[in-house]
Ligand binder design. Structure first.
Ligand SMILES: [Zn+2]
Ligand SMILES: [Zn+2]
Length: 138
């Protein structure tokens, strides 16, 4: 695939993404909800080595455990390096149109409201990410 450029709303913080996503999901955890001021957040997961900051300098904000990188100029939350892993999540809303392909929903147990679609709705994490194969009844 060709590289993607992902930028904050003002354009001063830019990422170059040089690999295909490992997974795409909607996270309903309370941490994402509070940090983003949203009911749930779309995230595309990439190998960290494939996500490089090529313009600007990210600031980070940690609510509980995940340092969320944002643009200090416009405040856009853009990505997060998952601690103790080689994974980086990019906020799906900032990906180029068509680049986000969600595979499932996670942390549905903490959801504010059901989101009914044809994707699997895991209570917490799916087995591929160390969770159990338990879904909620949406
Ligand atoms: Zn910005
Ligand atoms: Zn979350």
């Amino acid at each position: 695939m060709s590289d993607l450029t992902v930028a904050c709303l003002c354009g001063s913080l830019q990422l170059r993404v040089s690999a295909a996503p490992l997974a795409g999901f909607y996270c309903h955890c309370a941490d994402c909800g509070a940090a983003h001021g949203a009911a749930y957040v779309g995230v595309a997961l990439y190998p960290s080595a494939a996500v490089e900051v090529v313009a600007g300098k990210a600031a980070t904000f940690t609510l509980r455990s995940l340092p969320r990188a944002f643009c200090p100029n416009c405040g856009t939350r853009l990505f997060a390096r998952v601690p103790d892993s080689d994974l980086t999540g990019i906020v799906a809303e900032r990906l180029p149109a068509g680049a986000f392909r969600p595979d499932f929903h996670i942390h549905c147990r903490e959801a504010i409201a059901p989101v009914r679609d044809a994707l699997p709705h895991y209570e917490a994490l799916p087995p591929a990410f160390g969770g159990e194969d338990r879904t909620v009844d949406w």
